[in-house]
Design a protein around this ligand. Structure first.
Ligand code: SF4
Length: 706
């Protein structure tokens, strides 16, 4: 049928999945997407991965929310209820928009006015547009009256951002992914781009084919390791030991860039002193990489004409995630491998708009453009820009994602507004998070499907999917791109901006935005980094890189060429020492759980598991186990196994997988029927408050229920 159909319109837009930000064309007929084609965007040049090409039909899925829902007064609500979408009408009744918004607004206002402003919190979304993120945080800050606003950046790269802001003054990447094609040495650590950033992986493969040397560092053997020049399969949790050993070599063999250190950095002597105790011989047994390989890799990175480091959540999702990133930053600074083409630091951002949502202020300690909420000058600036009384904005940083759940349990947060996030699936120790969400006085969820979080809601507001609205999105390269409406929303589903504004009005905010471009224009006025990007230019050019501070600026794909955006213009070395994982294996729980994603599914699976082709490719919850570990427990591929931690247990199918080291099991977190985050540990990195998704102690047994 698709092959015979001719589209009646073509809409130039973006892929809604990962941070690579591929441009694509929706081919639409009768309000249905027939197929998708890649466009010649700066990040993809026509390429798309399986998610971008085949993951569009979730928008047409019969389970779309199409009418506001209100929880029935007699419906049960508890965190341990297994979700059953077929019973939705036993728990909820249909409502008009007026009734649902009035109920949500009046309950929020009651809590704010009766119990205090800090009793409310909001989670926005890294899947929404920049304008949605901006308006959402503005609602929390001016309507709720506090800074309790966060989103899933807290769960992915919060530690990278803290280390980058501290060390080089900017939380975004220094060079675009495409710079791998200009690099002599490419280091990929704690990332699996073939799975999580597939089109970026193709540029890496092209670079290797053209002579770049690829070094992959990871406890799991990723696909890219096959074409690597060196693969360092270090032991889980030993990043700092390995990276400090490399720095020890660079110092001792005098491979540092003295001129760069002297003219552009501070704190080198402290770093030098710190790495003195981390000789390769001492660190080899700790990290599992022999001393000679550590020496070779250090020399290779330090002496190449251009070395770039890309990293992912294998680096960031640890209690020492900030320290891991500090080491990567120090490596680049001490060797001068930053501020030029083909060099630099690139934390591969996960969701399609996690960079933009963070830039737009969807974080509890910063207003838009990373302006601190504690700075009186910044407060005054936003009070004026937002036309709210002087001295009315909250001066204290708000609660982060996991802290909000603890605060709910302590009775310190009583109402929540969740837009497009699914903490019942994505939070660590998800049973605890679900209990917390179920105990709220009011939970309002705005989404396109009945997610596991929406299942616990009091009010559900049906929103629009990615292809049903206009908006801007910022990819991992700091590229602000235009997403365009291709479809009309189903039923009574409404654009998120409309819903946020309606709720804002019920909280006393006099907002009258009539077009998304008005929100973007307001962002430009408060965010220097995008001040030069106009809506018209984006309409015309589709994408502009920030920083772009003045109209007509071309934008800067490579930054830090002359100075760093810190007080002195200099970057700062921050030494790091070994801190072990919060929960190590023991006799009762002898193995290690590593969580992450798989190619065909995205995040908590709410979209990709409703995309026909993607779900057909990976329909069942699987655990990747080393074949020898599987054999040792008497199992075979396809057998059901039960994985248990101190916080819960799940049953799923075992897949033999030699990429996982012995003693470690990898499980994707997208399967609601085997929600692996029921097992993960909510221990936090002390600087970034990111949970330790990449390490907790488990036991695995044969048998159980999948
Ligand atoms: Fe979409 Fe990312 Fe795949 Fe590109 S690489 S098509 S942005 S999921």
């Amino acid at each position: 049928e698709v092959a015979l159909s001719v589209p009646d319109k073509k809409v130039e837009s973006l892929c809604p999945y990962c941070g690579v930000g591929c441009q694509l064309t929706y081919n639409v007929k009768d309000n249905k997407i027939l197929y998708v084609e890649g466009r010649d965007g700066p990040a993809n040049h026509g390429r798309l991965c399986v998610k971008g090409r085949y993951g569009f039909d979730y928008a047409h899925h019969p389970q779309r929310l199409t009418v506001p829902l209100i929880r029935r007064a007699d419906a049960p609500k508890s965190g341990d209820m297994a979700m059953d979408p077929t019973r939705v009408m036993e728990f909820f009744r249909e409502a008009s928009w007026e009734e649902a918004l009035d109920l949500a607004g009046s309950k929020f206002a009651h809590i704010r006015d009766t119990y205090g402003k800090r009793m409310l919190a909001g989670f926005g979304s890294a899947k929404g547009s920049n304008e949605e993120a901006y308006l959402f945080q503005k609602l929390v800050r001016t309507g709720f009256g506090n800074n309790n606003v966060d989103h899933c950046t807290r769960l992915c790269h919060a530690s990278s951002v803290v280390a980058l802001l501290e060390g080089i003054g900017s939380g975004a990447v220094s060079n675009p992914v495409m710079d791998v094609t200009k690099a002599e040495v490419i280091v990929i650590i704690g990332a699996n781009p073939t799975v999580n950033h597939p089109v970026a992986a193709t540029w890496i493969k092209n670079a290797v084919a053209n002579g770049s040397k690829l070094v992959v560092m990871d406890p799991r053997r990723s696909e890219l390791a096959r074409i690597s020049h060196r693969f360092l399969q270090f032991k889980p949790d030993t990043d700092v030991a390995m990276l400090n050993a490399m720095m020890h070599v660079i110092v001792h063999e005098n491979l540092v860039d003295k001129e760069f250190i002297e003219s552009r950095t501070i704190g080198y002597e402290d770093l030098k002193k710190n790495v003195e105790g981390y000789s390769p011989e001492l660190m080899a047994p700790i990290c599992g990489i022999d001393a000679e390989t550590l020496r070779y890799t250090a020399r290779l990175y330090a002496t190449s004409k251009a070395s770039i480091i890309l990293w992912g959540m294998g680096v960031s999702q640890h209690v020492h995630g900030t320290d891991n990133a500090r080491c990567l930053i120090a490596l680049a600074l001490m060797t001068g491998q930053i501020g030029r083409d083909g060099t630099g630091l690139h934390p591969l951002r996960g969701q399609n708009n996690v960079q933009g949502a963070s830039d737009a202020g969807l974080i509890p300690m910063m207003f838009p453009d990373y302006q601190h909420v504690t700075d009186p000058k910044v407060q005054a600036k936003f009070e004026k820009a937002w036309n709210v009384p002087a001295d009315s904005l909250d001066k204290s940083p708000g609660l982060t994602v996991v802290e909000v759940m603890h605060a709910i349990k302590k009775g310190e947060v009583r109402g929540m507004y969740v837009m497009g996030e699914n903490p019942a699936m994505s939070d660590p120790d998800a049973n605890h998070a679900r209990d917390a969400l179920a105990s709220l006085d009011i939970l309002v969820v705005q989404d396109i499907f009945l997610t596991e979080t929406a299942y616990l809601a009091d009010v559900i507001l049906p929103a629009t999917a990615f292809p049903e609205k206009d908006g801007t999105f910022t990819n991992t390269d700091r590229l602000v791109q235009m997403g365009r409406k291709a479809l009309d929303a189903p039923g009574q589903a409404k654009p998120d901006l409309w819903i946020i504004q309606q709720l804002g009005q019920r909280l006393g905010l006099d907002w009258q935005y009539t077009h998304v471009s008005q929100v973007f224009d307001e962002m430009r006025r408060t965010m220097n980094s995008i001040g030069g990007i106009t809506w018209e230019r984006l309409e015309r050019e589709h994408a502009v890189t920030y920083p772009c501070t003045k109209e007509g600026d071309p934008g800067q794909p490579v930054v830090f060429t002359e100075t760093f955006p810190r007080e002195s213009g200099r970057a700062k070395f921050v030494p790091a020492d070994i801190i072990p994982a919060a929960e190590r294996p023991d006799l009762d729980y002898p193995m290690v759980l590593i969580t992450g994603r798989q190619l065909e599914h995205w995040h908590t699976g709410s979209m990709t598991r409703r995309a026909l082709v993607l779900d057909a490719l990976e329909p069942d919850p699987v655990a990747l186990v080393h074949p020898l570990d599987l054999a040792a427990m008497g199992g075979q591929p396809g057998d059901i196994i039960t994985i248990e931690s101190r916080r819960g247990k799940v049953g799923l199918y075992a897949r033999a997988d030699e990429s996982s080291p012995r003693g470690a099991v990898f499980v994707p977190f997208c399967y609601y029927e085997a929600a692996i985050n029921r097992l993960t540990n909510a221990a936090l990195d002390p600087f970034a408050k990111i949970p330790e998704f990449k390490y907790c102690a488990i036991k695995v047994t044969l048998g159980g229920d999948a």
